[in-house]
Write a protein that binds this ligand. Structure first.
Ligand code: IVH
Length: 677
């Protein structure tokens, strides 16, 4: 082993030890080592970093040392969730964004004004003013619930404590990005890998006097809650809050079409390095707030905004090997093992090659010199091969036809396009150990059973010790066997036991998502749960005859199509899957699905559309129904409450069927009346 890798190993061990004790101390309030030992460990890490600068680039010490993250802050629910932004990486992506907006709003041949703003690479925060007085200050947290960091935010220069203006709305929530200037960062750098980590660390100090020592700055960029609404546009909002004393980014600009967007993007990219703060792209937001509200949100991000990211960081390296990985759906993904190289401050040694076709298309081979790119949190990718550096004796890469388990893999024929899939799959499900392990990792993950302390590494460890092989084993862990394992103390075992117990109470939609039927993600999990309501009804799928009937009915659900139905059938046609599920269900208390009874005009009502409307797109109509508590159906059934006929090209057959079944019919104008349009 080289000296460098020895040092790295020692360093990594110390970091994971520190992580463990950090958690014990700050989160569990139950330290296992003395403060002096803790400090000593920290010092050892810092000393190692000082002597070996390359360690910092590993980016492992993300504000672990110096600014220990704490969950001692009071948790407060955001008035409105703090969402994230969807990303664009090319002008084509922006074009798509613009046409989606136009389609959704059913606006043709008109340019929609956008507010262009630098995307500051910092930490977001929310400031709540009641009658002009700053009363709450929250971190983003998980987007739904934030932490009360008011005292820390108050230490930041330029955040007004009090606004005096007769026109001040009684409730105003300002959202903004907190950051450290590049120059300031260089003078305090010490223990942080980059300015963003430094800002995050200082903002979450328990003692606000510590925060005050760090030169934090901020830019306000958005409106959270407001009562009453007094603004018409984003630009009017920004101008007004600037007058109230908030800091606004000076590079904000209104743009009107693709050319202006591209010009502004190129311009800001060109001056980016001269700015004193890090930006990682531009945010484009629909300027008109009424249009913003019509566009609304998807589950994670607003439809009215997009982050146009600056191009990804690239680097050259050499492919040492190409291996395959097996995913939970059996998909075989080739991965390039590359000579470790730093891309955008992070050391990369693996890069995805996507699939067999991609390797063929780019003619990627072992020993090639390749260019790698890493954009944000995306897995690094191989962009291209430098053919001039290829040796004469290099051989084409032959893609393995077998899974790691030894079984022959297959390319399926896509149900709708009838074309061969580009992904090879192992079709053995739980019979393949590699798939089974990945399925377990999915089951314990955050959006599924969410079992704290049972991460991917622990699943690997428990698997090799024969402690967990099938989902039901999670609820039968022999804790005595863990007792002697490295890294497991009394406290962590106890915590795991508690987390496992807690996860037994699970909602039906989460359960359906957890079991990992292909093409059934979180959204579909919800749709199916609202259809089945109870685990008993869901279990009818285990029975072949009943399944056939159920699947016929599922066609009526908006969002469930042929692909999903085929996939569900396929999953339950496998006896092994059924017996695994039966054993799992026995251990659980699966809660009945409770519809989020959104109150509104369409509470508990089902609606179906045919034909197009003049004033809105089908998507907007659907989103209006859903935000008012109703459900949109895809076929005419007896259960349907309203059948709405748009003037543009309605389907005659459907109208006849609706009439036959005596369903209440609304014409385009009746529809607008219901909506008060
Ligand atoms: S608007 C619904 N504007 O980027 C989210 N965000 O990925 C609306 N950010 O969490 C966000 N500068 O922390 C917006 N000018 C800007 C921004 C900005 C930085 C951050 C913000 C947000 C993240 C979204």
């Amino acid at each position: 082993m080289s000296k460098k890798s020895e040092i790295t190993n020692v360093y990594k061990k110390k970091i994971s030890k520190l992580k463990k004790h950090n958690k014990l101390y700050f989160d569990n309030d139950n330290p296992e080592i003395s403060d002096a030992e803790f400090d000593h460990l920290k010092k050892e890490i810092l000393d190692l970093e000082k002597k070996n600068i390359f360690l910092r680039k590993l980016n492992l010490n993300n504000n672990l040392v110096g600014a220990a993250p704490s969950n001692k802050f009071k948790k407060i629910k955001h008035i409105k969730p703090m969402l994230s932004l969807s990303n664009a990486f090319s002008s084509n992506d922006i074009k798509d964004f613009m046409s989606k907006i136009n389609n959704f709003l059913n606006i043709k041949d008109k340019n929609i004004e956008l507010s262009s703003e630098p995307k500051i690479d910092g930490i977001s925060a929310s400031l709540i003013y009641e009658n002009g007085i700053l009363v709450k200050g929250l971190s983003r947290g998980d987007g739904v619930t934030g932490e009360d960091i008011l005292n820390n935010l108050k230490t930041i220069k330029g955040i007004p404590n009090k606004i005096i203006d007769d026109d001040m709305p009684p409730l105003l929530e300002i959202r903004g990005e907190i950051f450290i200037g590049k120059k300031d960062f260089n003078s305090i750098k010490g223990n942080f890998a980059n300015p963003r980590n430094a800002a995050g660390g200082s903002l979450r100090q328990k003692n606000s006097e510590e925060t005050a020592k760090i030169p934090l700055q901020y830019f306000a960029y958005g409106l959270g809650a407001i009562e009453p609404m007094v603004f018409k546009t984003q630009s009017e909002f920004l101008d007004q809050i600037k007058k109230w004393g908030f800091k606004i980014n000076p590079l904000v600009k209104i743009v009107k079409d693709l050319n202006e967007i591209q010009d502004q993007y190129s311009y800001i990219d060109s001056i980016r390095s001269s700015l004193d703060y890090d930006i990682d792209g531009l945010v484009f937001k629909v300027n008109d707030l009424k249009l913003q509200s019509r566009l609304g949100n998807t589950s994670n991000s607003p439809r009215w905004a997009i982050a146009y990211k600056f191009s990804a960081e690239k680097a050259f390296s050499k492919i040492n090997d190409i291996i395959i990985q097996v995913g939970r759906t059996g998909a075989i993904t080739p991965v390039a093992k590359v000579e470790p190289v730093t891309v955008g401050g992070v050391v990369v040694s693996n890069a995805t090659l996507h699939n067999e076709d991609e390797i063929k298309r780019k003619d990627i081979r072992i020993n090639d010199i390749i260019q790698i790119q890493r954009a944000g949190d995306v897995i690094p990718q191989v962009v291209s091969v430098d053919f001039s550096k290829r040796k004469k004796d290099s051989k084409k890469f032959i893609f393995p036809e077998k899974c790691l388990c030894g079984a022959i893999t297959e390319k399926e024929i896509n149900k709708s396009t009838k074309k061969e899939d580009s992904v090879r799959r192992c079709l053995r499900g739980y019979e393949c150990d590699f798939i089974a392990k990945e399925k377990l990792k999915h089951i314990v993950s955050k959006d599924a059973f969410n079992i704290d302390g049972l991460g991917k590494k622990v699943i690997d460890q428990f698997w090799s010790l024969n402690l967990i092989k099938r989902p039901s084993d999670i609820f039968n862990i022999d804790y005595k066997k863990i007792n002697n394992l490295e890294g497991w103390g009394k406290l962590s075992i106890n915590n795991l036991r508690k987390a496992v117990e807690k996860s037994k109470n699970i909602e039906l939609d989460r359960f359906i998502y957890s079991i990992g039927i292909r093409h059934i993600g979180q959204e579909n999990g919800k749709i199916l749960a609202s259809f089945f309501k109870t685990i008993n009804k869901f279990s009818d799928l285990f029975n072949k005859k009943k399944r056939k009937k159920i699947l016929e009915n599922l066609v009526n659900l908006d969002g469930i199509g042929e692909i999903q139905i085929y996939s569900i059938d396929n999953f339950f046609n496998n006896e092994n899957n059924i017996s695994i599920l039966e054993k799992l269900i026995e251990k659980l208390n699966i809660k009945k699905f409770k519809a989020q009874n959104k109150k509104g005009k369409f509470s508990n009502k089902t609606i179906m559309f045919t034909g197009g409307f003049e004033k809105m797109s089908r998507s907007e109509a659907k989103s209006l129904v859903e935000s008012n508590g109703g459900k949109v159906l895809g076929t005419v059934t007896k259960k349907l409450n309203y059948f709405v006929i748009g003037n543009s090209k309605p389907t005659k057959k459907k109208i006849e069927k609706a009439k036959e079944l005596n369903i209440k019919i609304l014409k385009e104008n009746d529809w607008y009346k219901i909506l008060d349009l």
